[in-house]
Design a protein around this ligand. Structure first.
Ligand SMILES: Nc1ncnc2c1ncn2[C@@H]1O[C@H](COP(=O)(O)OP(=O)(O)OC[C@H]2O[C@@H]([n+]3cccc(C(=O)O)c3)[C@H](O)[C@@H]2O)[C@@H](O)[C@H]1O
Ligand SMILES: Nc1ncnc2c1ncn2[C@@H]1O[C@H](COP(=O)(O)OP(=O)(O)OP(=O)(O)O)[C@@H](O)[C@H]1O
Ligand SMILES: [Mg+2]
Length: 272
């Protein structure tokens, strides 16, 4: 098996999907795991971006089905802006589509600013914008775990194959979650699922952005990555891609392995 085939297998990617079947199996997974864990539902940050819109809708449908079957479960959608989010209208549109049982707004600005202030006092250095971005992602994780802890719920992650292969997530930030229902999907397949769920075009054609930087608000992921999701998706679907791009994807995959594993112990061999 060549590297590309092995990676596709490791990341559980199917080159072609039946969107309705994927929706069904992922909702079934969310329901089965919730019951098995004895949890009371799901918590997820809703940014207005494609991934959380999709995962949020799947969680809401799972919670509704569980209740109809006599199991009390709820979906809590959390808006987690840093100050005023430039694309707040998209986030509101996402909430309208998801129709969550309950939504909260937890503004992370005060917590992040308190953190960066203490960081300066403690180390004598300003935290660079890039690393502050990771603090924002981790603050969102802290907020979601606090809500999940209080409500005995599961924290939902939105990682999928196109982010997993590039390691394009913050370790223990948006990468920190209990259940990851979009695993194995490419970015384009996530879009297909949203279409099949009758989301508005605006929600699935939105330009993907981590939106973590003060200096470059709404920067497109593709700009930071220096790669197109279309190319990453082609690679994941087993297609032939430009050799330079292929090499860059494979390098990113290899260098980010530590993010897809549990913390390394003296008994692990994978890093050798
Ligand atoms: N080989 C190794 N073995 C074990 N651990 C290793 C390691 N190399 C670094 N590390 C650890 O990992 C840390 C670096 O990882 P991390 O803190 O995640 O930082 P890093 O990978 O540098 O940054 C996160 C990236 O993900 C992007 N992101 C974040 C959040 C959301 C989204 C989105 O798609 O919306 C994208 C963000 O724009 C940025 O490019 C190091 O500080 C170190 O602690
Ligand atoms: N401003 C925010 N408010 C609430 N949750 C957020 C916010 N920013 C990020 N998140 C959470 O972090 C996750 C990772 O962000 P990411 O940008 O990868 O996904 P997305 O915004 O849902 O979709 P896209 O990748 O297309 O922008 C989101 O899915 C969401 O759960
Ligand atoms: Mg986003």
């Amino acid at each position: 098996m060549n590297t590309q085939e092995q990676t596709m297998k490791d990341l559980h990617v199917k080159p072609v999907i039946d969107p309705q079947a994927e929706i069904r199996s992922r909702i079934d997974f969310l329901k089965a795991y919730c019951k098995k864990a004895g949890a009371k539902g799901y918590v997820l940050g809703i940014s207005g971006g494609q991934d959380s819109t999709l995962a949020g809708r799947l969680c809401q449908l799972a919670a509704e089905e569980l209740r109809a079957e006599g199991y009390e479960a709820f979906f809590y959608a959390v808006r987690l802006p840093f100050g005023i989010q430039k694309d707040e209208d998209d986030a509101q549109e996402a909430l309208t589509f998801i129709q969550p049982d309950q939504s909260f707004t937890f503004n992370i600005e005060n917590s992040v600013n308190a953190f960066t202030g203490t960081y300066l006092e403690s180390t004598g250095a300003e935290i660079p914008d890039y690393h502050k971005g990771n603090v924002k992602a981790r603050m969102r994780m802290i907020a979601q775990y606090a809500i999940a802890g209080e409500r005995q719920c599961l924290v939902v992650g939105t990682d999928h194959a196109a982010e997993a292969i590039t390691g394009f997530f913050t370790k223990f930030g948006d990468g920190g979650a209990d259940v990851i229902p979009l695993t194995g999907l490419t970015k384009g397949q996530g879009r297909e699922l949203l279409k099949a769920l009758a989301a508005k075009e605006r929600l699935y054609l939105k330009v993907p952005t981590a939106d973590l930087l003060d200096n470059k608000p709404q920067q497109a992921d593709e700009t930071e990555l220096g790669m197109k999701y279309e190319v990453i998706d082609d690679y994941l679907a087993g297609k032939k891609v430009d050799p330079d791009e292929k090499a860059r994807i494979e390098e990113r995959y290899q260098n980010s392995r530590h993010k897809r594993e549990l913390p390394v112990t003296p008994f692990d061999e994978w890093w050798k």
